[in-house]
Design a protein around this ligand. Structure first.
Ligand code: ZN
Length: 474
């Protein structure tokens, strides 16, 4: 056992005066530790065994929803799905439950709220997704969903073998007026939930709305062990630090959330600092869905908290290697149950992981359906253009592609110097080649590209209204 494991995560904080070993945790921490102790085992279960327990829990949730949630009562009745309390649904019965969407959540309002909450789940709190595009999603959470969130959050630290005594830096969205340059925020611990269980080092924070130069200067002063930020900010930082010769000698790992993490960003970080990036996939209304494997770049579904299905256009499960829509059921939200919720993202299911964990594998999370490119001939496509111009045309510092009409794309560019006519032609050629359609492409030079609400950055935005069903798009 390493010194880190022995001195850091192995020993929880003790709540009893003058007892340091073995530690006796406080009552609030004990529940979380009990959950983590089970997760330590269940991660190694076979997929069939995980699915069996998921369907058991999902069936209890379904019974509750059918009885206490008007939205689900009506839809389940209509689909002819009835369940006797105590019985577990078969997988084929589960697959008959109608899929719900973001629009359903917004339209249903309080019809999605349960009139009764089972004992021990409360109190209820309200939460709102940051909504980088479109309207935010309002949802309810409970003490129970909060507990699951906390357990997966701690699991993420354990999986990636962090030393909790280190300094954790975050560059992300903060409340207005918080985390401003040059000082940023300084906190004594890494905060809830990890600091409720273990002694941790300090945490420092800076608003992601600051410039990359300011972020790099601030980081050099903070000299952190770990850096948590959005992929777009991380990539810009890695590049800037390499070019400006800014060293971060203690940095051991980068952690990312909220946006799609590209292989190019992983490569840039590896080349600059020689460290790995650990990515997380979560959403406010459902909690953690997948965490990066401790030993690989792909993700493991957090099957103890969510039932994740990946479905093709016909609604059938996708085979490994084929991208499908993510349909998720959070298993413990009894205040506002979401059954088979199409969250609006795509992912590619993978084969079982060599690490031995039975938790299902996602090889790639490709991003949001609502930000798909609309094709002039009807239909939609992923604007998966990759980032080849970063290598072909190094003067491009940042870009954002915006579809402003069915035939027209705007490429917003932040550059070190004006591009030559040859480079502009090369750029247009790359975009048309990758997308496979001769869009009219306007190049627009800008001093900066603003981030969306909550500090998220999207490299593609579609400004057209959603397609109507008559246009033949799902
Ligand atoms: Zn794995």
């Amino acid at each position: 056992m390493s010194e880190i494991e022995g001195g850091g995560f192995a020993l929880p904080r003790s709540a009893i005066q003058d007892v340091t070993w073995p530690a006796v945790p406080a009552a609030a921490a004990a529940g979380l530790l009990a959950l983590l102790q089970q997760l330590e085992h269940t991660q190694w279960w076979a997929p069939e065994r995980l699915l069996e327990q998921q369907l058991r829990q999902a069936s209890v949730l379904l019974s509750h929803a059918a009885k206490h949630v008007p939205f689900h009562r009506a839809r389940l009745d209509e689909a002819g799905i009835r369940i006797r309390p105590g019985r577990t649904l078969y997988p084929d019965e589960w697959a008959r439950i109608p899929i719900m969407t973001r629009d359903d959540i917004q339209a249903a309002g309080t019809a999605l709220h349960a009139d009764v909450l089972p004992a021990g789940h409360g109190p209820i709190h309200r939460q709102s997704s940051s909504g980088s595009t479109g309207k935010p999603i309002e949802s309810l959470g409970t003490r129970m969903t909060q507990l699951l969130w906390a357990a997966f959050s701690v699991r993420e630290h354990l999986w990636h073998r962090r030393d909790p005594r280190g300094v954790l830096a975050s560059i992300r969205g903060f409340a207005t007026g918080k985390g401003l340059y040059p000082a940023g925020l300084r906190l004594r611990s890494w905060g809830f939930p990890i600091a409720a269980l273990y002694h941790t080092g300090p945490a420092v924070g800076l608003s992601v709305m600051t410039s990359t130069e300011q972020q790099a200067q601030w980081l050099a002063r903070a000299d952190p062990d770990y850096l948590l930020t959005f992929p777009s900010a991380l990539r810009a930082l890695a590049r800037h630090c390499r070019e400006a010769g800014i060293a971060l000698p203690r940095l051991r790992q980068a952690r990312t959330l909220s946006e799609v993490l590209s292989p190019e960003t992983r490569a840039e970080v590896e080349a600059t600092w020689g460290i790995k990036v650990c990515d997380m996939y979560s959403a406010r209304e459902v909690g953690y869905m997948a965490l990066q494997c401790p030993d690989h770049d792909h993700y493991h579904v957090q099957a103890e908290g969510v039932l994740v299905e990946m479905l093709d256009e016909a609604g059938a499960p996708c085979p490994p290697g084929r991208a499908g829509r993510i349909v998720v059921t959070p298993l413990h939200n009894f205040a506002m149950p979401l059954l088979r919720y199409d969250i609006g993202d795509y992912a590619v299911p993978g084969r079982p992981c060599p690490c031995g964990r039975g938790l299902p594998v996602l090889t790639r999370i490709t991003g949001r359906v609502r930000n798909m490119l609309r094709l002039p001939g009807g239909g939609e496509a992923w604007p998966l253009i990759g980032e080849p111009w970063y290598t072909n045309i190094p003067a491009i510092r940042q870009y954002q592609m915006v579809q402003t009409a069915l035939q027209r794309l705007e490429l917003h560019l932040v550059v070190d110097r004006p591009l030559t006519a040859g480079e502009e032609a090369e750029l247009r050629r790359i975009v048309v080649d990758r997308i496979g359609h001769p869009f009219e492409i306007a190049l627009i030079y800008r001093d900066a590209i603003p981030r969306g609400p909550g500090g998220k950055f999207e490299d593609f935005k579609c400004e057209l209204p959603p397609p109507s069903p008559a246009e033949g798009s799902a």
